[in-house]
Design a protein around this ligand. Structure first.
Ligand SMILES: Cc1cc2nc3c(=O)[nH]c(=O)nc-3n(C[C@H](O)[C@H](O)[C@H](O)COP(=O)(O)OP(=O)(O)OC[C@H]3O[C@@H](n4cnc5c(N)ncnc54)[C@H](O)[C@@H]3O)c2cc1C
Length: 479
């Protein structure tokens, strides 16, 4: 009997398997395909996701396979004027890492899968489709194809993507957030000897051209990505043909400047499931939410799901917390991911405007002053296992270590307070955390294992109250 069966070994399933493997749980991951999904999809993740990779012990390997970026995302009018900018940032951001990273999804997935080799307690079965689930009071039986006998687990997490079998088994309703639009995605490997290729922008462009909206991304190395909106009259079946799309790239490159790596048509969706858990079945990643990629946040949201679920499943499977803790998963994560999807849909309305007069009006409105600057949203978690729910930053401590290196994947108290028994406590947390506490008139902050704030205490009594309310008492060390 496994503690957890993960259905689907895409990026979200692979990260969750790493986090649960590291926690020491008995895990089986079942993946229908024999290899990593070869088509181009995600190219960007943010500093919070890098921090999650850090918690899985994989940050260095992933940093070596990804490109850090200090540049933002520029929204341009058809004549090249900057309308809006999603801010970039030099150097490490609040999460202790560079805030934006670009990568090739199959490479990232390979690093995540290789990471599983560290854990004899994690079994992976590739080329194995889960075809049915039977739930009883204390476990779930998974039926597989090809049939090598059923597998049993206490919990099943469906990381099985947009057409999730586990979602259907739960019977979740899909809430439609309004945007569904086909786009062509083309990855090119450019010739470094080409002058035009060397002049390509090293920041992301959203070209808000009503005749042909387009996204241009420098992925890293020789790889550049074009995402091209399909217009009325386009034949989706022919869009991936080079003679159809090369003319659309003419202002940047021609066939003499690059080779085509891959091209595919996707329909971008904005949907969110209601019902991420039923009893022993759970969902994470695209199985419970999909966003258009205008913020580069779809996979990122799935990675946050995995980080939220991992510590809860760990405590429950080790008998340290009640199974009701899993009810806080959807209540915390759904409003959080919806904030990102709502913003991506709003940006979609700017990028995808195809009425020339409406687009001109938009350009006049934006271009009347300096470009509008914005950042990623930073929503707090919805109601759940906390009294606060904001993400705590990751500064360096007085001894030079990053906060999470000192704390480990556990609850922690940071502050000047005398530490309650049984807690990981950092009593001399360094100037940045001291300033954070002073600004809030607090003596201590209690962090969850996923680094979201459990609560902020103004005095010893408030701290004692907070620690009594924790879902479980963690092991102790004082640093
Ligand atoms: C063009 C494009 C650009 C994008 N850009 C970004 C970006 O820049 N940043 C970002 O964060 N996100 C981006 N995304 C979104 C991102 O690619 C997805 O959110 C992410 O791949 C979802 O990961 P997942 O693990 O949840 O699902 P998937 O990657 O879909 O993996 C699901 C896995 O489950 C397996 N599976 C399914 N059913 C079964 C079954 N019954 N039994 C066994 N296995 C099963 C599948 O074979 C698959 O391997 C983009 C998406 C697209 C299309």
């Amino acid at each position: 009997m496994f503690d957890v069966a993960i259905v689907g070994l895409g990026p979200v399933g692979a990260l969750l398997a790493n986090l649960l493997g590291q926690a020491g749980l008995q895990v089986i991951a079942l993946e229908r395909d024999t290899g990593i999904h070869p088509l181009p999809r995600a190219v960007h993740f943010d500093g919070e996701v890098m921090r999650i990779f850090q918690s899985a012990g994989l940050a260095d390997r992933i940093a070596a396979a990804a490109r850090p970026s200090s540049k933002g995302m520029h929204f341009l009018s058809p004549d090249g004027r900057t309308l809006m900018i999603r801010r970039g940032r030099e150097g490490p951001g609040p999460q202790g890492w560079v805030s934006n990273w670009y990568f090739h999804q199959p490479l990232l997935e390979q690093v995540l899968r290789d990471g599983l080799g560290r854990f004899p307690n994690v079994q992976c079965r590739l080329g194995t489709e889960v075809v049915a689930l039977d739930e009883t009071k204390d476990h779930v039986t998974l039926h597989l194809q090809p049939d090598a006998g059923p597998v049993q687990a206490h919990y099943v997490v469906g990381c099985d993507g947009a057409r999730s079998l586990v979602r259907r088994a739960i019977g979740s309703r899909q809430q439609d957030l309004g945007l569904h639009q086909p786009w062509l995605v083309v990855d090119l490997l450019v010739d470094q000897n080409s002058k035009r290729a060397r002049e390509l922008p090293d920041f992301t462009i959203q070209l808000c051209d009503p005749m042909r909206p387009m996204t241009v991304v420098y992925v890293g190395g020789d790889r550049h990505r074009w995402e091209i909106m399909l217009m009325p009259g386009d034949d989706p079946a022919r869009m991936t043909e080079p003679e159809i799309f090369w003319p659309m790239l003419a202002r940047w490159l021609g066939p003499e400047d690059a080779v085509i790596e891959r091209s595919a048509v996707y329909t971008f969706h904005s949907v969110i499931a209601e019902g991420w858990r039923r009893d022993r079945l759970l969902l994470a990643g695209d199985s419970c939410h999909q966003t258009p990629p205008f913020l580069g946040q779809g996979m990122c949201a799935g990675m946050r799901d995995a980080a939220n679920l991992a510590w809860k499943l760990d405590l429950i499977c080790r008998g340290l917390a009640d199974d009701a803790l899993l009810d806080t998963y959807e209540s915390e994560r759904r409003p959080h991911v919806q904030t990102f999807i709502d913003l991506a849909v709003k940006l979609g309305a700017v990028i995808q405007a195809t009425d020339p007069e409406a687009a001109r009006e938009r350009d006049r409105r934006f271009a009347s002053g300096a470009p509008e600057m914005f950042d990623y949203p930073q929503p707090a978690l919805g109601p759940g296992a906390h009294r606060d729910g904001r993400l705590f930053p990751q500064p360096r401590l007085a001894d030079g270590r990053l906060l999470d290196e000192a704390v480990g994947n556990r609850f922690a108290v940071l502050g000047r307070a005398s530490s309650p028994p049984g807690m990981v406590a950092i009593e001399k947390p360094g100037p940045e955390i001291s300033a954070w506490l002073t600004a809030r008139d607090a003596i201590a902050v209690v962090l969850r294992p996923d680094r979201y704030i459990f609560g902020v205490a103004r005095d010893q009594e408030a701290l004692a109250k907070l620690t009594r309310a924790l879902p479980s008492a963690p092991k102790s060390t004082v640093t």
